[in-house]
Design a protein around this ligand. Structure first.
Ligand code: GLA
Length: 380
């Protein structure tokens, strides 16, 4: 690996993620099935600067800020911080608020997680910087607490009302395993990936336009659905608690869009339960079928797909060896995740690219991923 910061003391590495099933459930009290992937943000750090100075190597940009100027989101010269800097600055801001030491430092970082593609590049940056400051600051927090602080940075500093899934997966990833993360109580366990399969990620090439506002809007719609349904079913604590037959009974009281959002959430919870059962039984065909169903629900009920993502999923469904395909992450552009039999994987990659090019005139990047470990901080 090339040296990214001469004389660095630590290298903090945090992965991106794909979610196999359970989309838009992490802020509704549901269970999600992410894996951390072998695409990483790497931050090399050393102490020695009075300020926090960060080089974004991939963008050939650098910034310098300190704790006093963070609140105003400006650098030491009073210039507004560029968008990418909001993630490390947000983490510094949260850690500092928690009374955790955030020493001045020099940092340089690079990423193999594509930006804005729905693979949680921002969570990976946040978690990698949290790990870096932990190493340099000499304090220690468990990974769940670290992930929650990164989520807080995303919610309160960056302004995206995201759930905990991405930061959780980046911090806690486990080699070769799917994580089964219950966002109601933050408990989790793992299951091996479906045997004989590989994960292929297909990047539609369409960046996530409107993702922030669209995401926050979906979140509000879910909250509204929850409050309306709670009037009918007072025992529910989350939208994910609504039993399917109760939804059928009461959904008429919801305005059209809210009804669709609630249907997605309730049916996605059922799919996740079914998928966990399939994982335990090593029933790959069922797991894959649930992925296709999940996509249809995101397309028709949650309305976060795009024509390009739909095309990728449609093509994948016709290719040999493909068990399942769906959009992954928030939607509004970005990537699909595909579960493919090992022996068909390389043909799948070329066939999907070719067919997508024929249908849309667009180049899709398609690559195979492995479930990988989460945050890893190395002393150099
Ligand atoms: C984004 C958010 C996550 C989650 C997904 C949708 O990735 O950051 O918290 O809500 O969308 O499942």
């Amino acid at each position: 690996m090339p040296e990214i910061l001469p004389g660095a003391d630590f290298l903090s590495i945090a992965p991106g993620r794909v979610n196999l099933l359970g989309e838009h459930l992490d802020y509704n009290g549901g269970t999600v099935l992410p894996i951390a992937i072998d695409r990483y943000v790497q931050v090399a750090i050393k102490p020695g600067s009075q300020h926090i100075s960060i080089q974004a190597l991939d963008l050939a940009q650098s910034i310098e800020f300190d704790l006093d100027s963070i609140e105003e989101k400006v650098d030491i010269h009073g210039n507004v911080l560029p968008g990418w800097a909001g993630f490390p600055a947000g983490v510094a801001w949260v850690l500092n608020h928690q009374g955790l030491k955030v020493p001045g430092m020099q940092a340089a970082f690079t990423s193999s997680v594509p930006i804005g593609a729905g693979l949680s590049s921002s969570a990976a940056v946040e978690v990698a910087f949290a790990g870096a400051w932990q190493a340099l600051g000499g304090w220690s927090l468990d990974r769940m607490s670290l992930a929650k602080l990164c989520q807080q940075a995303e919610n309160e500093f960056v302004g995206v009302e995201s759930g905990l899934m991405d930061q959780f997966a980046s911090a806690n990833g486990v080699d070769d395993h799917v994580m089964i993360f219950d966002t109601r109580n933050d408990s989790w366990r793992t299951e091996p990936l479906p045997p004989g399969t590989v994960i292929a990620v297909a990047d539609s090439g369409v960046r996530r336009a409107l993702s922030q506002s669209g995401y926050n809007q979906r979140r509000q719609e879910c909250e509204q659905s929850f409050h309306l349904l709670q009037k009918k079913i007072p025992t529910i604590q989350y939208l994910a608690d609504v039993p399917a037959d109760d939804l059928a009974k009461y959904e008429k009281t919801l305005p059209g869009a809210l009804r669709k959002r609630a249907r997605h959430v309730v049916s996605e919870c059922q799919r996740v339960n079914h998928a966990i059962d399939a994982l335990e039984k090593r029933d790959t065909a069922t797991f894959g079928r649930l992925m296709f169903e999940g996509h249809a629900s995101l397309r028709d009920l949650f309305e976060v797909s795009t024509p390009e993502l739909d095309t990728l999923v449609e093509i994948a469904g016709t290719l040999p060896g493909c068990y399942g395909a769906r959009l992954t992450g928030a939607g509004f552009g970005g990537c699909t995740v595909n579960l493919v039999a090992n022996e068909w994987a390389s043909l799948f990659v070329t066939d999907l690219k070719d067919a997508y090019m024929k249908k849309t005139g667009r180049q899709a990047e398609v690559y195979l991923c492995h479930a990988s470990r989460g945050l890893n901080v190395l002393k150099l």
